[in-house]
Design a protein around this ligand. Structure first.
Ligand code: PMV
Length: 315
């Protein structure tokens, strides 16, 4: 018996960090980036062996520590499926860069849970899988908003808003016209947990100022969603730039991010901002196909270590 599970990466278009504080955010899946988990039956008595070659890890579920994300993901999934640990080997691979704001952690957990479910000829409903992935995200993030697991599990563009005493508001949004994006990697790995913790400390020290910044980001997200859905791409670039300014105020930009943003804007892109936790990771750039090549050249010259082209098509 063998089975597989897959999940895409993701990128946040607008609203990161403020989304942790109940403001909305927009994210889209990146189907060109994928995490895959394959599980195969093994000899009796082996237990579950988990192998993640990219992370240079191989361990048995029984010997794994209680804060190892892959092991936590496997335990939660087996509990959810109401099955015992199988004698099997689970191989996890992913071409999603880690610690760079592209949803690697959520995708790996999702792929692993889907593979285990398929192995036991079960399927986990999307909303339940999302809750399970959220539990594992807490290990990576500390206080995650829930946007990563939502977009990675659904595989759809998502408008996401956390609510105090209710489930989050989750809506799918559609592009009214093609949205051409470049995703440029600073090459700096930056754990989200640290950036999120630093923003929290600033907010605790001066809630009035930071609540205002979060409110401003929230309004940008609402206007951005409207622009995307109307197929009016022009307002979106300036909105991304305003969002980047506010992220700078939150202290989550960096020299590398600023130089990629500057290179993109001065070579013809209409908008550019960090995406995800910041301090490193990726920059998302809005381009016109006419200036695509020159923006790519400028990003390359400014030190981008990887460029990914993504188009959000109208549906
Ligand atoms: O996983 P990342 O780096 O894309 O970060 C998620 C975005 C944050 O808003 C910074 C945190 C969160 O949980 O929403």
């Amino acid at each position: 018996m063998a089975a597989q599970g897959h999940a895409p990466g993701k990128i946040i278009l607008l609203g990161e960090h403020a989304v942790v504080y109940g403001r909305p955010a927009l994210a889209i899946p990146l189907h060109d980036l994928q995490a895959t988990a394959r599980i195969e039956e093994a000899k009796p008595g082996q237990g579950l062996v988990i192998e993640a070659q990219d992370l240079k890890q191989r361990f048995t579920l029984q010997d794994s520590s209680s804060d190892e994300p892959l092991a936590v993901a496997a335990r939660l999934t087996l509990n959810h499926l109401k099955v015992d640990e199988p004698d099997a080997t689970l191989l996890v691979t992913s071409n999603i860069p880690v610690a760079s704001g592209l949803g690697s952690g959520a995708a790996v957990t999702t792929a692993l849970a889907r593979a285990l479910a398929a192995f036991f000829e079960q399927a986990i409903p999307q909303d339940e899988l999302s809750v399970l992935v959220y539990e594992v995200e807490k290990i990576h993030h500390g206080t995650p908003s829930g946007i990563d697991n939502t977009v990675v599990v659904s595989g759809q563009p998502v408008y996401f808003k956390r609510r105090e005493s209710d489930l989050p508001l989750i809506e799918t949004f559609h592009a009214g016209a093609p949205l051409h994006l470049l995703i440029a990697d600073t090459g700096v790995a930056s754990p989200t947990k640290i950036a999120v913790g630093d923003v929290r400390r600033r907010w605790q020290a001066d809630p009035t100022t930071y609540n205002l910044v979060f409110d401003q980001i929230g309004r940008i997200v609402e206007r951005g969603r409207q622009a995307i859905e109307d197929g009016a791409v022009h307002p979106l670039g300036p909105l991304m730039n305003q969002n980047q300014e506010l992220l700078r105020k939150l202290g989550v930009s960096s020299t590398e991010i600023d130089s990629l943003v500057e290179a993109a804007l001065s070579s013809g892109a209409s908008g550019a901002k960090l995406s995800g936790g910041g301090r490193g990771g990726n920059v998302v750039v809005l381009i016109d196909p006419k200036t695509r090549q020159q923006v790519m050249t400028a990003l390359d010259a400014a030190g981008a270590t990887r460029l990914l082209e993504v188009t959000l098509h109208p549906t």
